[in-house]
Design a protein around this ligand. Structure first.
Ligand code: ZN
Length: 235
């Protein structure tokens, strides 16, 4: 099984990343993932220096920005928007779900459980097709918000999505990578839910992701660690 070095960025611009010798710092990084809420020019800077694909989702705070010369930027140029889609990059199948839980009735990139469920329903044909043709639905669910009860908080803006738990149970992604909330201590935290590693990144983190092995799904018993119940927080 191959391992791919992936730089994940999210939510906070970091001086350790915004530097001219980025390529020397991360010579082996093959892919950049962004969980959102980052300036588009920051993302463009990273992909320009690393010269590897960028797959991103928008956060709830991402909006149109302008360059110093007045050009309107609606997306980070040179990146692949995975929001509401399933994309395949360097052999990794990545589904993306942008935005946060809805805490303002008309705001963009905020979703109710039902609105998020609808986004997932639209991805379903492609996920099923992947299962038939590649032996797995997907490898990574890239999201801005966390799942409900995992790395989330009790307030409406920072609560996670219950439908993400259902997604993991049904499609068994190897990883769910998200941002949006604040980790308890360090820049990242990881929690296992069923067969999925739920990885929370705030700032940046280089991950060694396993690629290329279709996972056993359906009736095959998972190893003991995979059967642990989620560490849901009391609320
Ligand atoms: Zn956010």
């Amino acid at each position: 099984m191959a391992v791919m070095k992936v730089l994940v960025v999210s939510d906070e611009v970091r001086h350790e990343i915004y530097r001219a010798d980025l390529r020397e710092l991360f010579p082996d990084v093959e892919l950049v993932l962004s969980c959102g809420d980052l300036p588009f020019l920051y993302l463009e800077y990273i992909v320009t220096l690393l010269n590897v694909p960028l797959v991103y989702v928008f956060g709830n705070h991402d909006k149109v920005t302008y360059t110093e010369w007045g050009e309107e930027l609606r997306v980070p140029r040179g990146g692949i928007n995975a929001g509401g889609r399933v994309v395949e990059v360097k052999g990794l199948i990545i589904a993306g779900l942008e935005g946060s839980f809805r805490y303002h009735p008309h705001a963009e990139r905020q979703y109710t459980e039902w609105e998020m469920r609808w986004q997932i329903a639209r991805m379903e044909p492609r996920l099923l097709w992947n299962r038939l043709t590649k032996g797995r639905y997907l490898d990574i669910l890239l999201a801005h918000a966390p799942p409900w009860g995992i790395h989330d908080a009790g307030d409406p803006a920072h609560r996670g999505f219950k439908v993400f738990l259902k997604f993991m149970e049904r499609y068994r992604p190897r990883y769910l990578i998200h941002g949006h909330t604040h980790p308890a201590a360090a820049d990242t935290e990881t929690t296992r839910y069923k067969g999925t590693e739920v990885i929370h990144v705030h700032g940046y983190k280089v991950l060694d992701l396993e690629v290329g092995r279709p996972r056993e799904r359906g009736g095959t018993p998972l190893p003991a660690g995979d059967r642990d119940p989620p560490p849901l927080r009391a609320r």
